[in-house]
Ligand binder design. Structure first.
Ligand code: AKG
Ligand code: FE2
Length: 808
């Protein structure tokens, strides 16, 4: 008897059946009633065209081979892939099979989309997702055992794990399958009637049909049987665990039935019953599952295990008709909760506990129009990954008040997470105050111990952060912009195992190939905050080089030969946004066109930055065991809102790599570089780099000259008026007006001590505001004695700033 009638689904195959019609055929999969979210979903009025057949990778998908361990998440936000590493298309194993009668309620092109959108299958590496001893979903893809089956209501499959590589490189089982977590989970599912979701991979050879997408959700199943059976392995006969699942709802038609035989293999409980016999040897009861006859399946305790009473070819055994056609009514227990195949869209952020960048908003969603699992690729929204579908869901990002950011930073500071400096890092200088920033400089050696670069950390304080146009204002402004931040492929671009970065990025100015080349927008069109930050980083870059070179000279370090002492004006910025739990894993910035200086401004949540030697760098950090694949960090430090880090020296990127892990709700990193157009292969790229990398004239009003010593003395931000009227001087490779100076520190007290402090303040201030010093020299009355003294002092003691102790 069949439960599918031609009434139910008339149109066979995905080419003629739209997703909407598929839902009508299967109303439980409808979406309207499930959508509680207050997100605004943008849907096209017309029903989307069903997706095109996707590009299929030939990459071995070892889903069913892995031990079904819960692998929490990918950790692959690194930037390492070239797009041309994308795996090529291969013929489908199922291409000659009939198409399906229907269309899956939920499906995905990419494994990452599947895992990020479905709470019942958050397993990037293994074929089973289980949590707290309960299995939630299994993916049956490439690897399968000989007798595995995927029928319309029944699936038979082997418990994963315990396979080894044979001589030909195939994954095979060579010994009796051992007890594993996965096995325990399946046993628990059988005993406690836990439902689980089955996902069919497109390369699954056990299907009777051509599955339409790389990953297609079949539906909710329950485990009816679990047994051990003997199979032939290269090592001889071995025992493996096999389990049988049945659809929970036997009345609903199966979309994956063959279009040419839609009612095949559909039965109801009681129609067929597999016989059960008690073993005369061990007394245990076993079902008859093979057509060849009955055998005891008690491998553990019966010497007659798998004894049919006559010789059988174990390889040729098939399951009995009664066993395949038997149906078991699903019994709910107190524990039973059927998963929603289409999960809810996340609720809108409320601006109290949630602001739109928490973990739940980083997850993917299932498209409300076509069922396509879609990753959160854009900072601002979800966009259906089916190119034939117009569904979008705006991801509201509410502004986080700077008070919350300051609290996050203060809490992290209070947690006293220790920084680390390995003695391999030869010299450490500490400048107590560079333009108001408490500054550390680390010098990094190569494998021969020669200094190849410096790392300057410039720490902002609350006064600096609160200045008009300072980090607080920049953070607030960035939150209000649509910067078009996007996640890009980090691994296996284009393949079904593609992994996107865990951060969202947008490039400005010259094109920068950061792993994958991403489109860049010229500085001319950049928002003010991007220009403002670029100016601030320019100042930081200039100061960092100045201080680096000064102390090289003082120490007569040979490093000065490899480090350029001139600052080259930046022509590129990579703006990165991080949600909570976002990160950028170890990478270097060393594309071949990279100039010597890389400077980053941190805004928002605090973060931890680590630098480690590359595996093949030849640098041996303390305690490093050479056989370890990855070397430990040699420098680790915390970065707070408003801090800047300058890496100077191209070779740093040959020997070291860095990672940054944010520690809060929302963080931006704005990183400027100089990209050498002359090293670009393509003429059009060279021209575009020069054009897009040019700072527009309006950027001049954001010129930055450091903040005053922060002992409570305020300085004003130069106004556009004062800049416009200032004389023009040449600096670096752009024409730059001399900035109107920020106010010099006024006398704090009238005591001798106060005068001395003022003098030091003034000196420090002029040290870090050379343009301002010039300006005063040209424009102020001659009797402005302290300024002249300060200028003299500046000439006589250029290392004045390098005093003081260590700070975080
Ligand atoms: O988030 C950060 O601070 C680091 C950014 C970075 O490493 C990069 O843009 O290359
Ligand atoms: Fe970087």
């Amino acid at each position: 008897m069949s439960t599918i009638t031609s009434e139910t689904i008339r149109t066979p195959g995905i080419t003629t059946m739209t997703p909407k019609r598929a839902r009508e055929a299967d109303p439980d999969l409808g979406i309207a009633s499930r959508t509680r979210s207050r997100f605004s979903a943008v849907m096209s009025s017309s029903t989307p065209v069903p997706a095109m057949m996707p590009v299929i990778s030939d990459e071995p998908d070892m889903d069913h081979d892995d031990d079904y361990e819960l692998v929490d998440e990918d950790d692959e936000s690194i930037i390492v892939i070239d797009a041309d590493e994308a795996v090529p298309q291969t013929p489908l194993v199922n291409s000659a099979k009939p198409v399906t009668v229907g269309y899956p309620p939920v499906w995905a092109y990419k494994r990452q989309s599947l895992c990020s959108a479905l709470p019942y299958f958050d397993a990037y590496q293994s074929g089973m997702y289980h949590k707290y001893g309960k299995p939630h979903g299994i993916l049956i893809d490439q690897a399968a055992s000989k007798r595995d089956l995927m029928l319309e209501q029944v699936v038979i499959t082997t418990v994963g794990g315990g396979r080894d590589l044979d001589e030909a490189g195939n994954r095979v089982r060579l010994v009796d399958q051992r007890e594993s977590n996965s096995l325990q989970c399946i046993r628990a599912a059988l005993d406690h009637h836990y439902p689980l979701v089955i996902i069919a991979g497109i390369e699954n050879p056990t299907t009777r049909v051509k599955v339409p997408f790389p990953y297609s959700i079949l539906g909710i199943f329950h485990v009816t049987d679990l047994w051990q059976e003997t199979v032939l392995a290269p090592t001889g006969q071995i025992a493996q665990w096999v389990f049988r699942l049945e659809k929970v709802d036997l009345n609903r038609p199966s979309w994956w039935a063959p279009a040419n035989d839609p009612t095949a293999n559909t039965y109801v409980p009681g129609q067929y019953v597999a016989s059960i016999k008690q073993c005369a040897t061990c007394g245990e009861a076993s079902k008859q599952i093979f057509s060849a006859g009955w055998a005891c399946l008690n491998k553990k305790a019966c010497r007659d295990y798998f004894n049919f009473g006559f010789l059988v070819d174990v390889d040729a055994l098939t399951y009995s008709n009664d066993f395949l056609c038997e149906r078991t009514a699903f019994t709910h227990t107190a524990d039973t909760q059927l998963p929603a195949l289409v999960p809810e869209l996340p609720l809108s952020p409320n601006g109290v506990d949630t602001f739109g960048t928490e973990k739940e908003y980083f997850n993917g969603i299932v498209c409300r129009l076509c069922g396509c699992c879609s990753r959160r690729k854009s900072w601002a929204r979800w966009v259906c990954e089916n190119p034939g579908c117009a569904f979008k869901c705006e991801g509201k990002i509410l502004p986080i008040p700077t008070e919350i950011i300051h609290r996050e930073n203060a809490d992290f500071r209070a947690s006293r997470r220790r920084s680390l400096v390995d003695p391999v890092v030869k010299i450490k200088m500490h400048g107590r105050d560079v333009g108001g920033f408490s500054t550390d400089i680390y010098y990094l050696p190569n494998d021969a111990g020669k200094i190849i670069g410096s790392l300057t950390i410039m720490r902002a304080n609350e006064v600096i952060c609160a200045r008009p146009g300072g980090p607080d204002d920049m953070f607030t402004a960035l939150q209000g912009e649509d910067l078009h931040l996007e996640r890009n492929p980090a691994l296996r671009a284009g393949g079904k195992r593609e992994i996107l970065t865990k951060h969202f990025a947008k490039n400005w100015g010259a094109k920068y190939k950061f792993g994958v080349t991403v489109a860049s927008t010229g500085f001319e069109e950049a928002p003010d905050t991007i220009l403002r930050a670029t100016q601030r980083l320019r100042w930081a870059g200039e100061r960092a080089i100045e201080k680096t070179v000064e102390s090289f000279d003082e120490n007569e370090d040979p490093g000065r030969d490899v480090l350029p002492s001139e600052f080259i004006q930046f022509n590129e910025m990579l703006s990165i946004g991080y949600f909570r739990d976002g990160k950028i894993s170890y990478h270097d910035d060393g594309e071949k066109e990279l100039g010597p200086t890389v400077a980053t401004l941190s805004l928002g949540s605090p973060s931890v930055m680590s630098i480690r030697p590359k595996n093949r760098s030849g640098i041996q950090p303390r305690g490093n065991v050479s056989s370890r694949r990855e070397k430990p960090a040699v420098i680790r430090f915390n970065l707070y809102h408003g801090d800047m880090v300058v890496m100077h020296g191209t070779q740093i990127h040959r020997f070291y790599e860095h990672q940054v892990i944010p520690q809060g709700k929302r963080r931006y990193a704005l990183t400027c570089r100089y990209i050498r157009p002359e090293l670009m292969q393509d003429e059009a790229d060279r021209v575009a780099a020069v054009q897009k990398g040019r700072m527009p004239r309006r950027a001049e009003i954001f010129a930055y000259h450091g903040d005053m010593s922060t002992s409570g003395i305020t300085t004003s931000v130069p106004s556009a008026m004062s800049i416009a009227s200032a004389p023009v001087m040449s600096s670096g490779n752009i024409m730059q007006p001399i900035p109107a100076p920020t106010s010099p520190p006024t006398q704090a007290t009238n005591t001798a001590q106060g005068n001395a402090q003022d003098f030091i303040n003034l000196t420090a201030w002029f040290n870090d505001n050379p343009a301002a010093a010039n300006y005063f020299a040209q424009n102020m009355p001659r009797n402005f004695i302290p300024i002249l003294i300060a200028l003299l002092y500046r000439l006589s003691n250029p290392l004045q700033n390098f005093i003081g102790g260590n700070q975080d």
